[in-house]
Design a protein around this ligand. Structure first.
Ligand code: UDP
Length: 421
């Protein structure tokens, strides 16, 4: 494990004990939680009578919703299956709002995570409540998306209830389990629990093969987030949003754990430098609701001229703003996938990415979280000519926008064959 990942003063980390690193301590805690939940799992209630096999779709955060919308819609179109959508309670407001934008309402909302003193407690609560819901609904499959706490808890609860787990956006990897943490750890663990692995890209597919996942269990289908984006940009999913940004807007998002605290301050200082160096620029920053990030950003950037700290945007508004912006600065995973199709350059203040294809498009540039380097790289990008957006075709890095159909084709075939057996 990289020496820089040794535990710091992070209040979320329960263990300096025994000299464990941040990663090691949390891995141990969460692994133990899982075994506890197995013991304490709520016994299944009586089965609901269902005529079609149910795919239980678990969502807990905004990006999961955005990427699950096309899957839920596609499941709804099939005669042989039915979808049941569970809001995990991780970010209940964001789930309601994001699904609401697409006309979807969760069928069942689990109790909100009241407070998150640490990941261990949060994992405990989510696994317990998801295990209970799985017991209640008796789905044929449990489907999780990505690398969130919710996805991890859903996979864990599914396996404990002896259900097959479907992992959408499987196989993204960085070299170290500690970076980004906890996302990298969650996705590696989910891979160990899943039966069906839907890879969003060629590199993700290769990663799963290299880890020994049986080839017949992996399907390289593309990223369902690209389905959502394509539907919006190509008019299947009409939005009323106009491009809100001008080429003088820099759109910024920051939320990852690795950019909390001191790192957030450095990013803020680089943003202040940028507006000072280029007086025509204005920054728009939808502030993530996590208080750990929000407080820091507001303290450093609040009230500054040409810096607008705004509430999280709805998806259509965000995409419209990103498409019109001069530059994006973001540590988001989803933004790296979307930006090449918007023709928008992105500066990613992170040490690594699990999306190497995004770098290959030329639109996405990793930059260390260092004030001067960030400023200079941003100025260089702004001075460079802008390339044409990447089309949604078979050469697109994260698929052509039809991933959900491919996923549901596979699931339907599995469940129909099982019913016929
Ligand atoms: N997004 C949004 N509103 C915002 C900021 C981002 O709808 O104010 C969308 C963005 O288009 C992308 C997703 O949210 O689809 C990214 O979410 P986030 O950065 O929270 O998570 P990550 O992608 O890193 O998992």
């Amino acid at each position: 494990m990289a020496p820089e990942m040794r535990t710091t003063g992070d209040a979320d980390v329960p263990a300096r004990r025994r000299g464990l690193t941040l990663g090691e301590a949390l891995l141990e805690d969460i692994a133990n939680v899982g075994h506890g939940v197995l013991r304490d799992a709520h016994p299944p209630r009586a089965c609901k009578p269902v005529s079609r096999p149910v795919v239980l779709v678990v969502a807990g955060t905004r990006p999961e919703c955005i990427k699950l919308v096309p899957v839920i819609r596609e499941l709804g179109r099939r005669q042989a299956l039915s979808a049941l959508v569970i809001g995990s309670g991780q970010h209940p407001e964001a789930v309601r709002r994001t699904f609401g934008e697409f006309g979807i309402r969760p069928d069942h909302e689990l109790p909100p995570l009241v407070a998150m003193p640490n990941l261990r407690t949060a994992a405990w609560q989510l696994i317990s409540s998801l295990a209970e819901a799985i017991g209640e609904y008796q789905p044929a499959l449990v489907l999780v998306q990505g690398d969130t706490l919710t996805a991890y808890a859903g996979a864990r609860a599914g396996v404990r209830a002896r259900r097959e787990v479907v992992h959408v956006e499987a196989g993204l990897r960085t070299p170290s389990v500690a970076d980004p943490f906890p996302e990298e750890w969650f996705r590696r663990r989910i891979a160990g629990h899943a039966t069906y692995h839907f890879a969003p890209s060629a590199s993700a597919h290769a990663n799963l093969l290299a880890e020994g996942v049986p080839p017949e269990r992996i399907h390289n289908v593309g990223n369902t987030g690209i389905d959502t984006l394509r539907a919006l940009l190509h008019g299947d999913d009409h939005g009323n949003e106009r491009h809100r940004a001008t080429r003088t807007t820099v759109l910024v998002t920051l939320h990852r754990r690795e950019n909390w605290d001191g790192k957030a301050d450095i990013v803020c200082d680089a943003l202040l430098d940028l507006v000072a160096a280029r007086p025509e620029l204005g920054i728009v920053l939808p502030v993530h609701p996590n208080p750990r990030v929000a407080t820091r950003l507001k303290r450093r950037l609040g009230g500054r001229p040409r810096i607008a700290l705004v509430a999280p945007m709805n998806y259509r508004e965000f995409i419209a703003t990103a498409a019109g912006a001069a530059l994006l600065i973001s540590d988001s995973g989803g933004v790296q996938e979307e930006a090449p199709h918007l023709g928008a350059p992105v500066l990613v203040p992170r040490s690594c990415t699990e999306r190497p294809e995004a770098i290959d498009t030329g639109f996405v540039r990793l930059v260390p979280v260092e004030r001067e380097v960030m400023l200079q790289t941003a100025l260089d990008i702004l001075a460079a000519p802008r390339a044409a957006p990447v089309p949604f075709d078979s050469s697109a890095p994260f698929g052509d926008g039809t991933a959900a159909t491919r996923i549901v084709d596979v699931l339907e075939a599995v469940l129909v064959a099982r019913n016929d057996a």
